[in-house]
Design a binder for this molecule. Structure first.
Ligand code: APR
Ligand code: ZN
Ligand code: ZN
Length: 360
């Protein structure tokens, strides 16, 4: 028998979201029913509501979540009722070309639950194949990663999207290591997580760049050793000064804008690395002298979901958090109810929060 639960739905383009009673099936083969405990409000949820991802309304929003396994479907191994899990939107398939090449973090063939959740008999499109602004949700077993249950759900859930993207941009994609110098452009949740990841990886100099003084103050709390207000000074020059005229080893762009990508490109030292974790829109273009791309050497990389491997990274990060070595509480600006998601979108647009997290 299907479960009737409350969920946050975007019914049509641009309309405010609303709470509806939805139908969540019992888990079939390879599926897991999750009793959602917390789910962060991410920009991508807002992009779905605005029709910027696709037109497959109605959407069940929410994808940055933690909860308890309520029931597992046939053939599911490694998960059992009562397990505390973080949901991940890229489930490793194990047999695509990337998985077979030993690069499961790039899996090209992620999968979601086969059965559909429904609203008034109509199939819902769950955000990023998850849909966790709901009391219960149905996911593929590979989308639930077991972690230490001592972590608070509102903190653990953040590892499922934005915070993982930032931490991974530094630790996995950028390969920041001991003694490196790093610059992070954009100090929202993703950028601050990149700062935190750089600190954890042993970076010696961590330069935060933003146009909002409040964000720069917060960035210091995550481990920035220097801050630059790029609305006031040229960040490329300022970064050069801080790094004895050299530029940084790793420059991380966490906004998704051509201007800040160029700043990142020019602020790195010879043979350095640029990481793009901010998501540009399809119209954006950059123009760079090709000789600079060649002459500066090094690496230009993109970071998909922080190039994370959930089964490797999620339990490790939660353990570091529980040991007090990874600051995650600070990302939670406020905890809210399921009925406050629309207001949380506005706070996000006004830049007032790093993360609003729905508690269920
Ligand atoms: N120069 C410097 N900083 C800027 C600029 C700019 N031109 N424009 C915006 N910013 C800053 C904002 O002040 C803010 O602090 O970038 C930060 C962006 O933060 P958020 O809007 O909170 O975004 P976040 O959730 O961190 O995501 C950043 O990563 O995963 C992607 O889709 C996500 O593209 C988005 C990016
Ligand atoms: Zn997200
Ligand atoms: Zn794969």
């Amino acid at each position: 028998m299907a479960h009737q639960v409350k969920g946050v739905i975007a019914k049509s383009k641009g309309d405010p979201v609303a709470i509806e009673t939805i139908e969540v099936p019992n888990p079939g083969p390879g599926e897991v029913l999750i009793d959602v405990k917390a789910c962060g409000v991410c920009h991508t949820d807002l992009h779905y509501r605005e029709g910027a991802i696709n037109d497959e309304f109605p959407f069940l929003l929410g994808h940055e979540a933690a909860g308890l396994v309520e029931e597992v479907g046939e053939g599911v191994t490694g998960l059992a009722a009562g397990d505390f899990v973080i949901l991940n939107w890229r489930a490793v398939c194990g047999h695509c070309r990337s998985c077979r090449r030993g690069r499961p973090w790039n899996c090209f063939s992620t999968h979601n639950a086969t059965q559909k959740m429904k609203l008034d008999g109509k199939e819902l499109s769950p955000a990023l194949g998850i849909g966790a602004f709901a009391e219960k949700t149905l996911v593929a077993a590979g989308q639930a990663t077991k972690v230490n249950p001592e972590a608070k759900p509102e903190v653990a859930g953040l590892i499922g999207c934005g915070v993982m993207a930032g931490l991974g941009a530094a630790m996995n994609t950028g390969q920041v290591s001991r003694g490196d110098s790093v610059a992070v452009f954009g100090c929202g949740g993703v950028g601050d997580a990149a700062i935190e990841g750089s600190r954890l990886a042993g970076a010696h100099t961590i330069i935060a760049v933003d146009i909002d003084p409040t964000k720069l103050e917060w960035a210091k709390e995550f481990g920035a050793t220097h801050t630059i207000d790029s609305s006031k000074v040229d960040p490329v020059e300022a970064i050069r000064e801080i790094t004895d005229g050299n530029g940084v080893d790793v420059a991380i762009e966490a906004i998704g804008l051509p201007i800040t990508y160029e700043q990142a490109f020019y602020s790195r030292d010879l043979a350095g690395t640029v990481v793009l974790v901010g998501v540009p829109n399809p119209e954006m273009k950059i123009e760079l002298p090709m000789i600079e791309i060649f002459g500066r050497g090094g690496t230009l990389k993109s970071s998909w979901y922080g190039d994370c491997l959930p089964s490797r990274d999620f339990p490790m990060l939660i353990d570091l958090y529980l040991q007090g070595r990874l600051e995650l509480d600070r990302f939670v600006s406020e905890t809210i109810g399921l009925d406050e998601v629309e207001e949380a979108f506005h706070k996000m647009e006004r830049g007032e929060v790093l993360r609003s997290v729905v508690i269920l």
